[in-house]
Design a protein around this ligand. Sequence first.
Ligand code: NAD
Ligand code: UPG
Length: 425
Amino acid sequence: MKILIVGTGYVGTTTGLVFSEMGHQVTGLDLDDNKIQALKSGKLHFFEPGLDDLLSKHVASNQITFTKDAETAIKENQVIFICVGTPQGADGSADLIYVKNVAETIGTYMNQYKVIVTKSTVPVGTADLVSQWVSGKQTTPLPFDVVSNPEFLREGSALHDALNPDRIVIGTTSETARKVMRELYQPFNCPILETNPKASEMIKYASNSFLATKISFINELARLCDALTINVNDVSTGMGFDHRIGPHFLRAGMGYGGSCFPKDVSALIKTAKDHNLPLSILESVVNVNAEQPLFLINKMKSTLGGDLKNKTIAVLGLAFKANTDDTRESPSLVLINHLTEEQAEIRTHDPVVKIKDLNQFNTIEETASGADAIVIGTDWNDYRDLNWERLKSLMKQPFIFDGRNLVDKEKVENLGFYYVGVANY
Ligand SMILES: NC(=O)c1ccc[n+]([C@@H]2O[C@H](COP(=O)([O-])OP(=O)(O)OC[C@H]3O[C@@H](n4cnc5c(N)ncnc54)[C@H](O)[C@@H]3O)[C@@H](O)[C@H]2O)c1
Ligand SMILES: O=c1ccn([C@@H]2O[C@H](COP(=O)(O)OP(=O)(O)O[C@H]3O[C@H](CO)[C@@H](O)[C@H](O)[C@H]3O)[C@@H](O)[C@H]2O)c(=O)[nH]1
């Protein structure tokens, strides 16, 4: 099949490469010239393990090509995937400006029947809006169908997740489009749910919101565990053995971040408010998440003598989680903001992310030099087993605040560190 992917970010690039791998002829379209130039030369413009090999392979064989030419790309492809961003708007809703722009561009240039597939995360009712936006730009009425096909991949394991999804959701009312989607997903060995566009759109928000709820649940419980000196990791493990609960997304830490959970939970809350049906559980999920970095800040204050003014804090990790260069809504950056408000001196490190103006150092040793405390901000494997003896000799005071419960507490305590995790006893 000939497939057009509009938006070559984390989702679009991964999706395009997975379809290339399945033998389809893929075109990636983006407005951003830098991204297109990089991708054309086989270079990934973001960090995502494993994806660069697949990119060079399929660029070399021409199984995937990249362009900025929307008109030609739309005319030449019958199946079009919309993979552009849907960031959080000022009122909490998903901003559909990029989706609208793509839909109108398709309407302007389409020359024959198209299957328009929305992979971006979009609120309930967007499939109807996409139809209106496409029709609104057509000068001669041409047939098309809109399909909702949400994406569930995670950054850091995007390729694995896209190749091995837990499920595929196809939301359409068109038999023709359904057949095309079935053929496209035929090689995948997972449940395929066929439903209408609205249910499909809701499944995506419900899934992310439920996962965020699990995280806020365990984070709030961690605060109680901490007060009772109970190891929350043991509690998660014990709960997780119950199949009805499951072991995943019960890791206590600094709260969830990233380009999805914060904005998607917020968008679902806004949808509910618009229908006068407040989602009180999700509102609490957001509140707990906003408070969570303060748990660590308060621990730091009480441990380091009441306040953090002029204390030198080495923050290890800037990405919102391990194995990505994405810092959108990163809990580590939220923590750094709090530390800055507390007038702490901050030194930072990340194996992949480079941010100007963040007093960043290339090595962990440099970052820790003269520090009153090390904070683990991201669960990078690189920080799991450090040369703690050496770091201790470089630090002013041997304090570790582990926002991810990553470090071996016993080991560092035996080396003379004072360790504080998130109810990690
Ligand atoms: N990142 C994830 O892990 C993930 C997972 C599942 C779903 N999603 C959803 O997928 C969507 C995309 O997310 P992302 O993280 O890949 O975003 P991204 O910001 O990495 O990429 C979006 C791309 O779209 C391009 N773009 C914007 N308008 C365009 C236009 N009119 N024509 C062509 N290109 C255009 C941008 O230049 C950018 O390269 C969002 O709705 C997101 O919620 C993301
Ligand atoms: O037990 C856990 C699991 C995750 N997190 C945090 O939660 C956030 C999100 O993590 P994760 O879900 O692994 O990353 P994303 O790439 O944001 O993926 C989520 O968001 C995507 C975009 O919608 C969806 O496609 C995925 O299914 C969904 O997992 C990160 O800050 C994690 O550190 C925790 O604090 N505790």
